[in-house]
Design a protein. Structure first.
Length: 157
């Protein structure tokens, strides 16, 4: 029977399994950063858009205020260690591309890295942002898409 409870119990029943993504951004002083994300979604068919929700304390938040581009990366199963690392360390302290030995090709929009092992990558330009409590929702319009049909999508369980 359904009962009134707290958010933690209710959300705990539904939040896994979940797709995760990585977002690539440009660091203000040079280089690139990666963040692991669970809070992302497609928000428009035409033009195609994705939204990502980024905590105010994240280095990625700082990066996106300076450079209005991100690559949304849907990772393959072999990228699980990279997602763990990018979700537990900050680009303020380490170079996650170097640390994770990420192989990439250069994107076409703002020349952000496109990881070679990804299942899909969407090169986005931020067109609007909305404050949402302790996060900011950055909405990006997709300019270029990449796909790797041989790879299997990573799902967190
Ligand atoms: C599975 C997973 C999902 C996450 N989802 C989000 C998210 O949607 N938004 C967010 O701001 N942080 C999320 N995080 C936390 C960030 O990835 C983490 O704080 C990261 O170290 C921030 O890196 P940065 O400081 O280089 O930006 C998630 C972490 C994990 C492991």
């Amino acid at each position: 029977m359904i009962k009134k409870t707290d958010l933690t119990e209710a959300y705990g029943l539904v939040h896994l399994p979940a797709k995760v993504a990585l977002a690539v951004t440009e660091k203000p002083k040079g280089g690139y950063n990666l963040i692991t994300l669970e809070w992302f979604m497609r928000t428009s068919i035409q033009p195609p858009m994705f939204a990502i929700s980024i905590g105010h304390t994240r280095y990625t938040h700082e990066c996106l205020q300076e450079s209005r581009y991100f690559n949304l990366v849907l990772p393959s199963v072999e990228m699980k260690p990279l997602c763990a690392m990018a979700g537990s360390s900050s680009g303020r302290e380490i170079d996650k591309f170097e640390h994770g030995k990420v192989q990439f090709v250069w994107g076409k929009l703002h020349k952000l890295p496109v990881p070679k092992d990804a299942v899909a990558v969407f090169e986005c330009e931020v067109v609007t942002q909305v404050r949402s409590g302790d996060h900011t929702i950055f909405v990006g319009e997709v300019r270029y898409s990449w796909a790797n049909p041989d790879k299997k999508l990573l799902v967190y369980t």
